[in-house]
Design a protein around this ligand. Structure first.
Ligand SMILES: Cc1cc2nc3c(=O)[nH]c(=O)nc-3n(C[C@H](O)[C@H](O)[C@H](O)COP(=O)(O)O)c2cc1C
Length: 180
């Protein structure tokens, strides 16, 4: 069985997470393809699909949302693991810890993930924190970022990324064994 990890990125941090998910899953003995969502036109050969996007303005990037619409009919019955890369992940953040705790409670899932839940067998959706560089929030955005206790840098929690990959690999192995 080959697992597809498809991602959409604007500045590269989501690609880094997708590649790390791929290498961690591969390290657990599964075969993996890691590809940008824009390059994915057919998912029939994959039993398990890991699908992720950077978050802009609370939503997945357009190319990721478009891909969900485009591939929707192919997703039926397939196991999908979704992830979103934003300022606030489950275990780390580029904002203040206090604000992050609040945002984790109130931030809704991106619309594209809700559509995926209707179309596929979605096993989990996880938020990871990404990277914020000076210039990502220009002008007034920089002021707001500072008021939110924001700090520039790479907040990706690689241990959490690899642990999630481990859950994907373990559940995929169990499902395959059950079916054979
Ligand atoms: C234009 C823009 C809009 C963003 N909007 C949000 C947002 O609504 N919520 C959030 O938590 N992070 C937001 N971010 C932060 C990004 O999600 C974060 O930097 C992420 O690591 C970007 O992933 P990428 O490097 O793959 O593009 C935004 C960043 C930019 C540049």
């Amino acid at each position: 069985m080959t697992i597809l990890v498809a991602y959409a990125t604007a500045k590269g941090s989501t690609r880094g997470i997708a590649e790390r998910l791929g290498s961690c899953i591969e390290g657990l003995g599964q075969s993996v393809d890691v590809r940008p969502v824009a390059d994915v036109s057919d998912v029939h050969s994959y039993d398990v699909i890991v699908f992720g996007s950077a978050i802009h303005n609370g939503q997945w990037l357009a190319e990721a949302s478009d891909a969900v619409g485009r591939l929707r009919s192919q997703f039926e019955g397939r196991r999908v693991w979704a992830f979103s890369v934003s300022s606030v992940g489950v275990t780390s953040t580029t904002l203040s810890k206090r604000l992050a705790r609040f945002l984790r409670r109130v931030t809704p899932e991106p619309g594209a993930v809700r559509i995926l839940r209707d179309a596929a067998d979605v096993r989990d959706h996880r938020f990871f924190a990404g990277v914020i560089a000076p210039g990502d929030w220009p002008g007034f955005g920089r002021v707001v970022f500072t008021l939110m206790g924001g700090h520039y840098g790479d907040a990706r929690d690689w241990a959490d990324v690899c642990a999630w990959a481990g859950a994907i690999a373990a559940e995929s192995t169990r499902d395959t064994e059950r079916r054979t």
